[in-house]
Design a protein around this ligand. Sequence first.
Ligand code: PLP
Length: 427
Amino acid sequence: MAIHLPKQFVQIPRVRLLYPDPSPIHPLPALTTSLNSNSNSNTTESTPRPHISLYTKREDHSSPLACAGNKYRKLEYIIPDILNPTATTTTTSNNSNNIPFTSAAGGPTAPGKVTTLVTEGAVQSNHTIQVASVARKLGLESVAILHKGSGGGLASAADKDAFLRVGNVQIAKLLGTEVRMLEKKRPSQEQREQQQQFFDPVAEVMEELAARGKVPYWIPSGASLHPLGGLGYARCAFEIAAQEQSESHQLPGTGRFDYIFVACGSGSTVGGLIAGFKLLEKQQPSNKFPPRKVIGIINSPTKPLSWHQDRVLRFARTAGRMIGLDPENDITMADVILDNRYAGTAYGVLDAQTKETLEMVARQESVVLDPVYTAKVVRGMVEGWVRQGELGRDWASRVEGLYRHQANVLFVHTGGQSALGAYAVVE
Ligand SMILES: *Cc1c(COP(=O)(O)O)cnc(C)c1O
């Protein structure tokens, strides 16, 4: 399938980690049926609800590498920088942007050929697994700094010893990454910026590796603060647009995915998608249909909504600038639609309703969600946007004529099932 990227975008270096074919998109027929029958039974509403067709894009089937998920797409654009011996101490591979890497780095980086990828995450982090497998692919070592102190489900786990050993921790070790469990909470980026002397466990690891003659390369949590972190999902928007055209789907209504639901954790997945779809709309404006809407479902209640909105806007603009958009004018806060109502009680904690969603989707569709991100996304999409009629009202306010009766919704499955083993309450 041909993906038509604009010239400036195609020129950005990328090392493929995904399968040559796009990750599959398929309908969710049972969920579609139950959603539409529930919503139609409510006859008291003045706005007629559209028929909603639900599909999913399987980013968990995107790559042959271990535990495929959304981080591989981001890492495809970071690898050229890893392989560039001067990049970590100078600028991005796209020099015109002049974004110094040191601003994204957690500590000092040494010049020279990179030997070791270093990253961090919660105990059951999916991101660190994907970094560990990329390291293996590149013949490098890797260190995964896992934070016991930042929640991530450990405190509420029924079997804490197992939580620290199974699921993604087991796979990280299997991939040969060096796992460092940290007890102490890492100071936030804001704290680190304000207070230079703050104890920073990441800087400590970087220094220790450098002292041993290694050349560490720092990849921030979720790869989002990395200046190249948003490009993968900007490209994914073009992939989705190409898949809309493919004959196998025959999408009803507009023939497009009118709404795209995705998790918002560290934020560059949703940010990249926003940038990519903006560029698509700018290239091929439609006077028949409203623009596709990307909706990010936040999975952690720790930070206020505005914190996420600011970051996602920044990530969308950073990617947007590189792919040929005018970032300040083309992408605004109005494009950043994030929903924090389904974040639950804590990051990585499976609340009762999210657990119900996970079990329901498994039984209805034989599709397994993950307990930290995608189950919250589906819950937010179903409860918040479809059942309560928000999506229908939004669609009716933006579209004319026959198109009003049908809306196509794409849920982006970002992976993460490898953490399920640590969540033994799901059964
Ligand atoms: C990291 C991750 C996300 C969140 O993506 P961000 O780009 O960090 O917002 C969603 N789902 C899964 C399974 C992940 O591992």
